[in-house]
Design a protein around this ligand. Structure first.
Ligand code: PNS
Length: 176
């Protein structure tokens, strides 16, 4: 049985991620989507929320499961009997960093990395860009699953309300 991991932050999962996960699931018997939980990084969604969105979006694909990890990806791979890491490559600009990580992971544990070219319609897609565009009111439907769009819209409006209330509390009272 060949098991692969699709690691990432998935903050939030995009249609580009789902494309890679779906295609990885045709190459391996099992695919574990590994959500990186790095508490030192600030995220829009908690690890639990990111796992929930991934589970709703692709948890029912045959052979696909969702898990999280904190620490080295190679430790996760060892603990889950993962033989290969699958990464999507959007463009040449992704390659240098991805190659460096693949070589580091290989030197740490011998785990192989398989690069899958991103489908052309998703080659510009990144979670960070989706969040930026959505923050300024741009239309990101079609770039993320509907369930992510709903949560993203809600979270961004909560954040905007929090910022507005912080600004209001910083303003001096009228007549001061
Ligand atoms: O979605 P991202 O931000 O590209 O995901 C990056 C991730 C989580 C896959 C990467 O940062 C990672 O593997 N982190 C785990 C820590 C680790 O193993 N670092 C050494 C990598 S060579």
């Amino acid at each position: 049985m060949r098991r692969a991991a699709c690691p990432g932050s998935f903050d939030p999962v995009t249609n580009g991620h789902i494309d890679i996960i779906a295609r990885a699931s045709t190459l391996f018997d099992e695919v574990v989507v590994a959500v990186g939980v790095n508490p030192s990084k600030s995220r829009l969604f908690s690890a639990q929320e990111r796992i929930e969105m991934l589970t709703e979006a692709c948890g029912s694909y045959p052979g696909v499961s969702i898990d999280s990890f904190d620490g080295l990806l190679t430790d996760f791979c060892r603990d889950h009997d993962v033989r290969a890491i699958v990464k999507g490559l959007r463009a040449v600009s992704d390659f240098d960093y991805e190659l460096q990580m693949a070589q580091m992971n290989s030197s740490l544990s011998g785990v192989e990395t398989v690069f899958v070219p991103t489908s052309p319609e998703y080659s510009f897609l990144a979670s960070s860009l989706v969040k930026e565009v959505a923050t300024y009111g741009g239309d990101v439907s079609g770039l993320v699953p509907d369930l992510v769009l709903t949560r993203l819209t809600r979270r961004l409006s909560e954040r905007a309300a929090e910022r507005a209330s912080e600004r209001a509390s910083e303003r001096p009272p009228p007549g001061a």
